[in-house]
Ligand binder design. Structure first.
Ligand SMILES: [Zn+2]
Length: 262
């Protein structure tokens, strides 16, 4: 009920604004055009150099640790199967997950740790909402998100990061330029493995297991209660059985859209 009231109040305010600004008044149906145009966002793709060896697809698995917990189903499978991966961590996640961090640091031959920001705020330098999350909103705030993430990593004993992936993996082009100027490559992806960790186990397994030579897969390693993680863990075993060559971003040449890597 409250939502309906708030929506009604907002609609009335819009109508009033339109009436004040325009002559003759615009019909209610076009009232949203008075809002400032949203920032143009991109969701860059990233590929890695292919192996071009039949039966040995080269795939880069990337996992975001946004906030919350560690998904032991995925982490234990990576360690047990000796599958290398690139993990994007936030300062928030690091603070809450010292045990998982210790596993990462104890297996440097498996895990490359990279920067997912300080507070999981989208790297967009104008104010907007991305999937309902408020963007950084200014170049200074984008810089703080990136620098804050890196500082927390260094303080946790992680080597200096070279890749950045912002919250939601969406950016505006000026923010991409700003982050690149800080010395980072920006990590897009080519296969959305788990739909933001919201997909079911079976569809997640199918998506990841269908990755091809040169693909960069994005999934989440911070949602232990979601069904998707079960599918991720199964897909890792599937891919290994197919002879996949798993690589980390630091190990191979890459090609990113939207000037994210060149
Ligand atoms: Zn995230």
């Amino acid at each position: 009920m409250n939502r309906i009231l708030i929506a009604s109040a907002f609609l009335l305010a819009c109508i009033s604004a339109v009436c004040a600004a325009e002559t003759p008044p615009l019909p209610v149906a076009v009232a949203p055009v008075i809002k400032a145009p949203a920032a143009k966002l991109v969701e860059p793709r990233l590929f890695i150099a292919r192996s071009n060896i039949p039966g040995h697809a080269r795939i880069a698995l990337t996992f975001d640790a946004c906030m919350g917990q560690a998904d032991e189903r995925i982490l234990s499978t990576l360690v047990r199967e000796r599958i290398p991966a690139t993990i994007f961590v936030t300062a928030r996640w690091l603070k809450r997950n010292p045990a998982a961090l210790a596993v990462f640091l104890q297996n440097p031959e498996l895990f490359e740790l990279e920067n997912h920001g300080e507070n999981h705020i989208p790297a967009v330098d104008t104010p907007t909402l991305v999937y309902g999350i408020a963007s950084a909103g200014s170049p200074q705030a984008v810089r703080q998100e990136v620098e804050g993430g890196a500082a927390a990593m260094l303080a946790s004993g992680i080597p200096a990061p070279h890749w950045f992936r912002g919250s939601t993996a969406k950016y505006d082009l000026s923010a991409i330029g700003e982050v690149r100027a800080m010395g980072y490559r920006i990590a897009g992806y080519s296969v959305n493995g788990d739909g933001g960790s919201l997909l079911g186990a079976a569809i997640t397994e199918k998506r990841i297991a269908s990755a091809k030579d040169g693909d960069v897969v994005i999934s989440h390693i911070n949602q232990p209660t979601h069904a998707a993680g079960e599918g991720v863990a199964k897909a890792l075993v599937d891919l290994k059985a197919e002879g996949t060559e798993f690589v980390r971003l630091q190990d191979v040449k890459d090609m990113g859209d939207d000037q994210t890597t060149e």
